[in-house]
Design a protein around this ligand. Structure first.
Ligand SMILES: *Cc1c(COP(=O)(O)O)cnc(C)c1O
Length: 226
């Protein structure tokens, strides 16, 4: 079942790329495996998927040792500062840096381990009260502050768009974040590499790709509902 659903998602990603004149190689599918068993992850792995997303540190800690070591784990959920120490050398990318304080904690632990940590800043484009992340107008100041941390490397932005019936309703959210991403990229800021825009989930990843996403995080459409 995972295999068929994965093929369907991959075909839709390619079609969205074609529609918008993009190379499918520019878009990485992150299979969001939170709450799902190792057997389902293995099924996706068999089909060539290497990027998996989880929203809990504990779950990555449990799954990572017993699955193939070439899996790239993406931390996509809200990260508490007291969990930073455990996750920074397990995740290839932390998508959900939502405060300067959290970035400083990552710096402290990364310095101790003498590693570089790639991060995205989470942006609450729609200003939803229930969501974490910087508002767009705070984001540039946050970039300028976090870029001074020598062991933390900003790669781009992530957003979780509102839950909507019709994905077209989120097109403007994705457009806005893409504009900001391009603007920040053009500034060539020291210690910042703007090459990742993580946006789009099961309900809206095709629209997100049309609007410039380089990573889509898809769970339900691959693994079924949770
Ligand atoms: C769960 C989750 C996803 C995947 O959501 P689906 O609707 O199941 O595709 C994507 N991003 C984040 C941050 C999530 O927590």
């Amino acid at each position: 079942m995972v295999k068929e659903q994965l093929k369907e998602v991959q075909a839709r990603i390619e079609a969205a790329c074609r529609r918008s004149g993009r190379d499918p190689k520019e878009v990485t599918l992150i299979a969001v495996s939170k709450t799902k068993p190792v057997s389902m992850i293995e099924e996706a792995y068999q089909e060539g998927v290497r990027d998996f997303g989880e929203n809990k540190v504990q779950e990555i800690m449990e799954k990572q040792p017993i699955l193939p070591q070439d899996i790239r784990w993406h931390m996509i959920g809200h990260l508490q500062r007291n969990k930073v120490k455990q996750i920074i050398d397990k995740a290839v990318l932390i998508h959900s840096v939502d405060s300067v304080r959290l970035a400083r904690q990552i710096e402290e632990e990364a310095a101790r381990k003498d590693i570089q940590v790639d991060i995205l800043l989470e942006i609450n484009v729609a200003r939803e009260e229930s969501k974490f992340g910087f508002f767009l107008e705070e984001a540039e100041a946050a970039v300028m502050e976090i870029r001074t941390l020598p062991h933390v490397h900003i790669r781009g932005f992530m957003t979780i768009a509102p839950f909507v019936e019709n994905s077209e309703e989120n097109r403007n959210i994705f457009k806005k974040l893409f504009e900001f991403y391009v603007d920040m990229k053009s500034k060539n800021i020291d210690n910042v590499t703007m090459d990742v825009l993580s946006m789009g989930m099961s309900g809206d990843y095709e629209v997100a790709i049309e609007e410039g996403a380089t990573m889509v995080r898809v769970g339900t459409s691959i693994f079924g509902s949770r």
